[in-house]
Design a binder for this molecule. Structure first.
Ligand SMILES: Nc1ncnc2c1ncn2[C@@H]1O[C@H](COP(=O)(O)OP(=O)(O)OP(=O)(O)O)[C@@H](O)[C@H]1O
Length: 294
């Protein structure tokens, strides 16, 4: 992994002891459906936090509440101690970047151009400056291109800089989404199923990339269905079930939690055989086999 230099934070933390992300009592209702209910979640500096849960648990809805795409029905979300504005571009400007479950690249733009688009919240040049294309604009453009190339280097996409985004293999399109998100110089990166559709090698490479991102001082919150990826990567894992946070803790704690296993496998139905009954049946079957072998 190529080291990435960090650029100065345009929005320095007002209080260094605040967590990077602090969501309190976040609830999102769509008419009669409560997709997310009273969810609290924090992400600390230098932390990689996983968000897991069965299909329809409310994970993406929760992400949308964090990024200003949805205004939560109830609850607050702060970034480094400041309440986030309810507009996606202002959230990005504040320092939260994200990728999407369904890749959203500009398919007919080059790889480099896609990353440059991601820098627009960090460039000071206004519309007039861009139209007049004066020396200030050219200086800013040069600096932006340099930073974008650095990010392509960091994500291993330098050889593809001039390729159209739509011609990249799927795994590289996902990497490009991450490079574009990093172009806004975030303090927190939200990844929505970054390994969906990847082969095991690409998944391992993504794991390495996410760790390298964290090592650059960017906190990460990641939704993923690949449990091996989540449990290998995350410092802490939160589990959403039917819109509520069931539990959170280290990979070991969450993996050992019977409620989590039940949530994924389905809660045993009423009248299902208990452990004693299962043991009795197994013993009877073993006896029957012994009889047959005589
Ligand atoms: N805009 C919306 N309007 C109405 N209902 C919605 C909307 N967005 C999500 N939902 C519902 O909210 C619930 C949670 O959906 P969400 O996509 O957040 O779950 P998820 O955990 O991300 O699922 P998956 O793992 O399948 O992506 C689902 O019942 C879904 O149908």
């Amino acid at each position: 992994m190529t080291p990435m230099t960090t650029t100065p934070d345009k929005n320095p933390a007002p209080r260094t002891d605040s967590p990077v992300l602090h969501a309190t009592g976040v609830t999102m209702r769509f008419g009669g459906l409560t997709a997310v209910h009273a969810v609290d979640l924090t992400v600390a500096h230098h932390e990689i936090v996983g968000l897991i849960g069965p299909n329809g648990a409310g994970k993406t809805t929760f992400f949308n509440c964090l990024t200003g795409l949805y205004i939560p029905t109830e609850g607050t979300v702060t970034y480094k101690g400041t309440v986030l504005p309810p507009k996606p571009h202002l959230v990005t400007e504040a320092g939260i970047a994200r990728t999407f479950q369904n890749i959203r690249l500009f398919a007919n733009m080059t790889v480099l151009e896609n990353v440059l688009v991601g820098r627009h919240t960090r460039t000071e040049e206004g519309l007039f400056s861009a139209l007049l294309r004066g020396p200030k604009f050219h200086r800013a453009e040069k600096a932006s291109t340099q930073r974008a190339m650095e990010l392509l280097h960091f994500t291993g996409l330098t050889p593809k800089a001039d390729h159209l985004a739509r011609n990249l293999p799927y795994g590289e399109q996902r990497k490009l989404e991450i490079a574009r998100a990093l172009a806004s110089e975030p303090g927190l990166l939200l990844l929505d199923e970054p390994t969906a559709g990847m082969n095991p090698q690409e998944t391992r490479a993504t794991q390495t990339l996410v760790r390298a991102i964290r090592d650059q001082g960017i906190a990460v919150l990641v939704i993923e269905h690949d449990m091996r990826f989540i449990f290998n990567l995350c410092d802490r894992v939160a589990v959403l079930v039917q819109g509520e946070k069931l539990t959170e803790g280290t990979a070991e704690t969450v993996q050992a939690d019977e409620r989590v296993i039940a949530a994924y496998l389905g809660t045993p139905f009423e009248g299902a055989p208990g452990q004693d009954e299962i043991a009795e049946v197994e013993a009877a079957e073993a006896d029957a086999r012994t009889e047959d072998n005589r």
